[in-house]
Ligand binder design. Structure first.
Ligand SMILES: [Cu+2]
Length: 123
């Protein structure tokens, strides 16, 4: 139990350091690539989420493919509270997450400690 707390605490410290130095509040936006009846966009995870805003078309099945290059514990998890998604991201592996695009709006997601943020815009 103690070990778990230490691991989580250490990851939170790393997260904070990364956020402090690299978490520039710059907005980068990208639209998903449309293919036949689906859309997909890749988000690189390295000192943050790039692009940090992805735009999806409403009603078209969508996948956000996370490309995690950052091994720090900060990015172990990605959380989309609005969609009930809480996933563990593998390092150096593409990891697709399906997004429900039925309702338009802006949805935030974050790392497991809610420090680095990204946004999904459905319209
Ligand atoms: Cu974090």
């Amino acid at each position: 139990m103690d070990k778990v707390i230490i691991v989580i605490g250490a990851a939170a410290v790393v997260c904070f350091i990364l956020w402090w130095f690299f978490g520039k509040r710059k907005t980068t936006e990208m639209e998903a690539n449309m293919s036949d009846r689906s859309q997909e966009v890749t988000v690189t995870v390295k000192g943050g989420y790039t692009p940090n805003t992805v735009v999806l078309k409403q009603g078209v099945p969508a996948k956000i493919v996370f490309d995690r290059k950052d091994p720090s514990g900060c990015f172990n998890e990605v959380v989309f509270p609005d969609f009930g998604i809480h996933e563990t991201l593998p390092v150096n592996e593409l990891y697709p997450i399906k997004i429900d695009t039925s309702k338009p709006g802006e949805y935030q997601y974050a790392c497991g400690m809610n420090m680095f943020h990204g946004k999904v815009v459905i319209k």
